[in-house]
Design a protein around this ligand. Structure first.
Ligand code: GL2
Length: 797
């Protein structure tokens, strides 16, 4: 596409799709016009991929996920279609600011954190590889809440990303599936009829997901809940307007909100309804498509692989069995076999509070037939393995992890360490009974968004050095290794980082009115706020460091900016206190004339995908400091390493593999191992011992306790202090001393800029393995048994 053609396409959509004249068009109008111009090009590719999938009778992968944290889509689409030059030139002629258009797009925040973002990276990688696939999820009207700070406190506001027209989706009224809840079951022989008492409709919305070079496109189908019957005209005519609208409002509630929770269970009835709603709609859509092509249901596992992303879609097991037995007359045991060979399950966390369990009573009320089938599946499994030791139903609860395990032919963990811990802890018994079922697929990130698009300076430098094949095959980055000994290359590498840091410093000055020094270490911790992620360990070190600088302000300290980003689940009191403490610490430190040139704290509100795209390319140090054994993988850790930030981290999740790849000397390791953590916890008073042994730690805790960061309310953080001193389940105190040591090593290393640049460049060169393309290839080979289809030739660009 030439710039002139692009310009024509934009103007065409401006006039005929948006009904706007160029003279009066606002940023929004230009953004939509550009989006539609790009979308047109995508659609051709997308159709071609669909045609090929049907023609080649390829196996399809179905990725069922409660969350798809896709963020903005315009730049992604432009980059993957290689239309950037055409778009920039066309807009320049039209005198429209390209960057302003990109920034105008709201983030589609249909996810909480890593799990949702992983699903988004996977969608992009499956399209890049040409793996015929479809993502299925919920089209939340309000995505993850927007975070604002009021006097340092987190305030949540609804995210209304759909208040403007969404450029990327196609409404599919013809794909409307009725979903039932409640009611009763009538058994007739081996089958049953389920008569739900409540019905609503799931209507599909399709977003094309285009891969790199536009060679393949898959669909993300998100379900919207609609009422079965419109509003009640009788009531309306009687003047009872609110009651007339009630059925509609109730039905819509189902796709209204994303549960703002990360790794903790939300035991809400509405949540279970959401899970069944999208799982059932997706399965029936999958079966409808399958049956339009094949007439033997035993072929299902050969032609479809259905991935349950965590236990949220775990009802897929019983639902698929129900659809096969009750609606298609297949024998129960055979149905279980077909379902199991089609389904697989990814576990994303070992935190006990995050393993979903549903009360039998609730399950029986909402899904009476499913509960019956769960009992039968459980019995059958116990009979097959010849032991009653493991069970999916226990103590009046349905355990969704066990149910998923039993109904899947593969269960995967998301990093090597996490997979091993799965085998030895939560799924120990099941693993012994099914030793080949658990496999590992270490997470990855898409290099298109997380390097090519978010870090153009570094991308250009890499391409100049080794060509652009790395975008298709990220392990090519290893070819950078010989360049790392070239002083000129390293200088350019450092210069790119420095310019990214300047940009970020300017942005922070503008948005937060805090001046930061681009020469300082940009030390970044961005992720959900959670005790196990230990933002409070970072804060304690910050406070201890501040106090030490105050003791001796003229010593020539290595300047540092601590950057935090992240949301706390609205009901998670401790996490919200950490948010507030971070803001209070920032206030005190940033205005301290003695220390602020050496140490600042910034905490931009509303951390989301777009903010990550700004922060990561400008980071020097990546904080991955979770209690060992608690972070299943992490994916932010990979994005940082790829963009040349060094990690300070524990031996947790994928940190372990990152350290192996980038080499131990280019990674700041500290802290206890998962085994040591478990040992340490057995010692009574472990926190007290650690505090007594480290005066720096004692002083930092005392500063919080005495109200130095909350002089108006000295007791404000006594909850945090009490937790640290007396409980400290996450062994913050016991890891502090070693963390402090590692942070001082960071100071020393950063003071030698050439060596630092070398280490950073080495991180980039060795991060290729963490591409989600590699992860998806792993799933295709080990889990889905699916092959890539022949892709379309490169989009002309
Ligand atoms: C998570 C894990 O906590 C995180 O370590 C992992 O990287 C991602 C993706 O596998 O999954 N599990 C989870 O429930 N959430 C995660 O981010 N929300």
């Amino acid at each position: 596409m030439t710039p002139a053609q692009m310009k024509d396409a934009i103007l065409h959509h401006l006039v005929y799709t948006l009904g706007k004249d160029a003279a009066h068009a606002q940023t929004y109008d230009w953004r939509m016009a550009l989006s539609f111009a790009v979308r047109d090009k995508i659609v051709d590719r997308w159709f071609e991929a669909t045609r090929r999938t049907y023609a080649g009778q390829h196996k399809r992968v179905y990725y069922l996920s409660m969350e798809f944290l896709i963020g903005r889509l315009l730049k992604d689409a432009i980059i993957n279609m290689r239309l950037e030059e055409a778009a920039i030139d066309a807009l320049q002629e039209l005198k429209v600011d390209y960057q302003a258009i990109l920034e105008d797009e709201p983030d589609a925040a249909l996810g909480n954190g890593g799990l949702g973002r992983l699903a988004a990276c996977f969608m992009e990688s499956m399209s890049t590889i040409g793996c015929p696939a479809m993502g299925y999820g919920i089209r939340y009207e309000n995505g993850l809440f927007r975070q604002r700070f009021e006097n340092g406190r987190q305030v949540e506001e609804p995210e209304d990303w759909l208040s403007q027209r969404h450029a990327w989706e196609f409404e599919r009224p013809e794909v409307s599936i009725d979903i039932g809840f409640g009611g009763h079951v009538q058994e007739i022989g081996k089958r049953a009829n389920w008569y739900p008492s409540e019905m609503l409709i799931a209507m599909g919305h399709d977003t094309p997901i285009i891969g790199w070079r536009g060679r393949w496109g898959n669909t993300l189908r998100l379900w919207e809940a609609r009422p079965m019957h419109g509003f009640d005209l009788q009531r309306f005519n009687r003047g009872d307007y609110a009651a007339a609208a009630e059925p509609e409002a109730l039905a819509r509630t189902l796709s209204r909100v994303l549960y703002p929770d990360d790794t903790t269970e939300q035991g809400k009835e509405l949540r279970l309804k959401q899970e069944f709603f999208f799982t059932s709609a997706s399965l029936r859509d999958i079966l409808r498509r399958f049956e339009s092509e094949y007439d033997d249901l035993r072929l299902l596992p050969k032609k479809a692989a259905i991935q349950m992303n965590d236990t949220h879609p775990a009802i897929a097991g019983p639902e698929l069995v129900r659809l096969l037995v009750d609606e298609r007359g297949i024998d129960f045991e055979e149905a279980v076999g077909i379902a199991r060979n089609t389904l697989s399950y990814t576990n994303h966390t070992l935190l006990p509070e995050a393993l979903e369990r549903w009360d039998e009573g609730l399950m029986g009320r909402l899904l009476p037939r499913h509960l019956q089938l769960i009992f039968r599946i459980n019995e059958l499994h116990m009979k097959d393995v010849g032991t009653r030791k493991v069970t999916a139903v226990d103590d009046g609860h349905v355990k969704m992890g066990e149910l998923s395990f039993i109904m899947a032919h593969r269960v995967n963990g998301v990093s090597a360490l996490h997979t091993e811990l799965m085998k030895s802890t939560v799924f120990k018994d099941l693993h012994e009974l099914h030793p080949n079922r658990i496999v590992n697929e270490t997470n990855g990130v898409t290099p298109r968004r997380w390097l090519l698009s978010c870090n153009p300076r570094l991308s250009t430098l890499i391409t100049d050095a080794i060509g652009d094949d790395w975008v298709d095959d990220l392990e090519q980055l290893e070819k950078l290794e010989p360049h790392i000994d070239d002083a000129a290359f390293l200088e350019s590498y450092a210069a790119a980082k420095r310019q990214n840091k300047n940009d970020l410093a300017n942005w922070i000055a503008e948005k937060l009115e805090v001046g930061i020094d681009p020469e300082a270490i940009f030390d970044v911790q961005i992720k959900r706020i959670h005790e196990y992620k230990r933002q409070h360990l970072n804060l304690l070190e910050t406070i201890a460091h501040w106090l030490e600088i105050r003791d001796n302000p003229n010593q020539g300290w290595v300047p540092r900016v601590k950057i935090f980003g992240g949301k706390a689940a609205p009901g998670y009191v401790f996490a919200k206190e950490i948010v507030r403490l971070t803001n209070d610490v920032a206030k005190v430190l940033n205005s301290d004339p003695l220390t602020s040139r050496y140490l600042k704290v910034v905490y931009p509100p509303n951390y989301n995908v777009s903010l990550a795209e700004k922060l990561i390319p400008a980071s020097d140090l990546s904080e991955q400091i979770s209690t060992a054994g608690k972070e299943a993988s992490g994916t932010g850790n990979m994005k940082f390493a790829l963009n040349g930030a060094l990690t300070i981290g524990t031996l947790d999740g994928a940190n372990v593999e990152i350290r192996e790849h980038v080499k131990p000397e280019n990674f700041f390791l500290f802290g206890m191992t998962a085994d040591e953590v478990m040992e340490r916890r057995r010692i009574g008073g472990h926190a007290g011992q650690a505090i007594a042994a480290d005066p720096r730690l004692a002083r930092a805790i005392e500063a919080i306790r005495a109200g130095r960061f909350s002089p108006d309310d000295p007791g404000r953080y006594h909850g945090i202090v009490d937790n640290l001193v007396h409980h400290d389940y996450f062994v913050v105190c016991s890891d502090f001393t070693d963390y402090w040591r590692a942070q001082r090593e960071v100071d020393t290393a950063f003071a030698a800029p050439k060596d630092w640049a070398r280490m950073a460049a080495f991180n980039t060169a060795r991060s290729g393995w963490f591409s989600s393309d590699r992860t998806i290839r792993g799933y295709m080979a080990d889990v889905w048994h699916a092959e890539a289809a022949p892709t379309v030739e490169d989009a002309a660009g």
